[in-house]
Write a protein that binds this ligand. Structure first.
Ligand code: F6R
Length: 599
């Protein structure tokens, strides 16, 4: 969603801001802008559309100055127009904002009565006017006073012509990081924006205000008390956030999965054995998450039931938070989120904590709000994920949940040590098998070429394969815009089979021997109604699958518990090549954002 960048130093700010905004493009946006201060004079350039438009604007009319802030906006209040784009100005102040000011209407009324003139439809403009109204020569104080009046979530960066050598920023519920350089400081809502310049970052906490000068940064709490800060060194490098020869980040990230799985395994399972991933010995483990992360939770539910023998459910975060909770004394709720900033997931985690449930987070983002809210945090070691569609973060989420279930199963006595060791050694062999699948994408590419005009597709599976079918369907629809549906294989005949028609592709995902015949018989039902059927399964089921399916896609044989990790690779490639064949904006699908910070 929206992105923020800022720079203060000896270099011209304009290019650094534009480069930073480009590195945040993956978050999704529909307008962009920058404000640069030259001496005590603010200049603003902003427009609807892509950063390329903004670049054109700045080429025709450049901004000079060594201090500035920039923004990519994903419209919530008011359409994506030039006027609604950030920065917003009021008096001698310019502001960029991520998040939502919930009481913006009341503030707008009050400030209008005081004589302020609003030009945009945005909630942000209310924050700009409020700061301008409160400013009496001390911006730190004005920001602290404004915090008392602003409701909602925000990350704000502020420039003021009266203080031409400072950037102020503040956060509540929306991330902000300060990058520390030599004689220069950077600001961003997301680490990849500043990685080419520095790896030393300070992650701001909620209700903290940072004051950036060329010489350094000072961080204050809401009472104006300074906090001692020590930069943290990010271990990703800038190359990890670049395409490295691939046509798209999505393809690069799909291909990085063997390494991501290997990295996550080594982080949790060293020479001393498997680490404890969850605190204590929970008797019930529930998952809360959204979208793809929810599908990882659905897979986790199977692992915890089967390997740890504990009750487990996966919940959609935006539903969980409004449902009546029945907390169990031995329960742990695990919130899963790649970004660690998803508003629905954060709200659901807070509800669980308020109900007295023990909480844990599973995230790919060190220092994210989620990891700090939860009592304990587990990390996925996928590295930065830039494409909007989640691939490597998802696979490492499923893997980490598998490891956590093995660990709990060992500790609660449900899983024999030999079986656990068998699973771990199979996991060690998995990256090589993943490489085999990734080296042969041609048949998938050809399939997509033949089916790019298909109007509808179905994915079916039973048990954990239903979770995989859900994810395969989401991936395909979000990047290719092809209408598709996922069903529990036995459920299709209860209504949706009416949609099956001549040539509609139906994919059956089959990783479990005990469910193979049942799922194949559901596939046969669709074939009898004209569907073109594809079975995606391990090599050992190929002959059996070929008796019922028109097409069989295989992955190398592996332990049944690990097959879901392998089977997702052809499904992700299907989504990628279909989107590429249709000429979609693969890394930045329409209407979507990488980090969904609104409810
Ligand atoms: C789909 C996708 C989304 C996210 C969802 C939650 O590819 O990426 O469905 O999984 O928006 O995001 P996080 O994991 O950041 O909480």
């Amino acid at each position: 969603m929206c992105g923020i960048v800022g720079y203060i130093g000896a270099r011209q700010a304009q290019d650094i801001l534009l480069n930073g905004l480009e590195r945040l493009e993956y978050r999704g946006y529909d307008s962009a802008g920058i404000a640069v201060m030259d001496g005590a004079k603010l200049g603003v350039r902003k427009c609807a559309g892509r950063i390329a438009e903004l670049r054109r604007l700045t080429e025709n009319s450049p901004l000079s100055g060594c201090i500035g802030i920039g923004h990519t906006r994903w419209a919530t209040h008011g359409e994506p127009t030039d006027v609604n784009a950030h920065p917003h100005t009021a008096g001698r102040i310019a502001v960029v904002h991520n998040g939502i000011i919930e009481n913006h209407a009341a503030l707008r009324r009050h400030l209008t009565e005081m004589g302020c003139r609003f030009v945009s439809q945005t909630d942000t403009e209310a924050a700009a006017h409020l700061l301008n109204a409160l400013y009496r020569g001390d911006m730190l104080l004005a920001i602290r006073q404004a915090m008392g009046q602003l409701e909602g979530s925000y990350a704000l960066a502020v420039l003021c012509e009266n203080e031409p050598d400072v950037i102020y920023c503040v956060r509540l519920g929306s991330p902000l990081v300060v990058g520390v350089g030599e004689g220069e400081m950077f600001l961003a809502s997301d680490i990849p924006a500043i990685l080419p310049y520095t790896r030393d970052v300070i992650i701001l906490e909620d209700r903290e205000i940072a004051v950036l000068r060329r010489s350094g940064v000072r961080v204050y709490d809401a009472q104006g008390k300074p906090r001692e800060v020590k930069p943290y060194s990010v271990d990703w490098d800038a190359a990890a956030a670049e395409k490295g020869g691939y046509a798209h980040f999505m393809l690069k990230e799909i291909n990085e999965q063997p390494r991501a799985v290997q990295g996550t395994l080594s982080a949790y399972c060293g020479s001393e054995g498997l680490h404890s991933l969850l605190d204590g010995v929970p008797e019930r483990v529930d998952f809360i998450a959204c979208g793809t992360a929810y599908h990882a939770g659905m897979a986790g539910r199977h692992y915890f039931r089967e390997l740890a023998g504990v009750e487990s459910e996966a919940h959609i975060a935006s539903e969980y938070r409004y449902s009546r909770l029945f907390p169990h004394p031995g329960e742990t709720v695990v919130a899963i989120s790649q970004s660690g900033e998803t508003a629905d997931t954060l709200a659901a985690l807070r509800s669980a904590a308020e109900a007295g449930v023990r909480t844990a987070a599973l995230t790919n983002t060190v220092g994210s709000t989620l990891s700090r809210l939860a009592r304990a945090a587990m990390l996925t070691y996928a590295g930065p994920e830039i494409a909007v569609a989640s691939t490597k973060a998802y696979i490492t989420q499923v893997e980490t949940l598998l490891l956590a279930a093995i660990d709990l199963g060992l500790r609660n006595g449900n899983l024999a040590a030999e079986r656990a060791e068998g699973l771990l050694s199979a996991l060690r062999a998995l990256p090589e098998k993943m490489e085999t699948v990734l080296q042969n994408p041609q048949f998938i590419q050809q399939y997509c070429g033949r089916h790019m005009n298909t109007r509808l597709m179905f994915f079916i599976g039973r048990g954990i394969d239903y979770a995989m079918a859900m994810e395969a369907s989401l991936k395909l629809k979000e990047v290719s815009y092809l209408a598709c549906e996922a069903y529990a294989a036995g459920e299709l005949k209860h209504g949706s089979i009416a949609l099956i028609d001549e040539g509609i592709p139906v994919f059956a995902i089959c990783t479990k021997e005990s469910l193979l015949d049942k799922t194949l018989s559901n596939l046969r039902e669709t074939k009898a109604r004209g569907a073109e059927t594809v079975c995606v399964c391990p090599e050992r089921f190929a002959v059996r699958a070929g008796q019922d399916a028109d097409i069989v896609w295989t992955v190398p044989d592996a332990d049944e518990m690990l097959l879901p990790l392998l089977i997702m690779l052809p499904m992700q490639l299907l989504a990628y090549y279909m989107a590429a064949a249709k000429g979609r904006d693969v890394d930045k699908p329409r209407n979507l954002a990488k980090s969904v910070t609104v409810e």
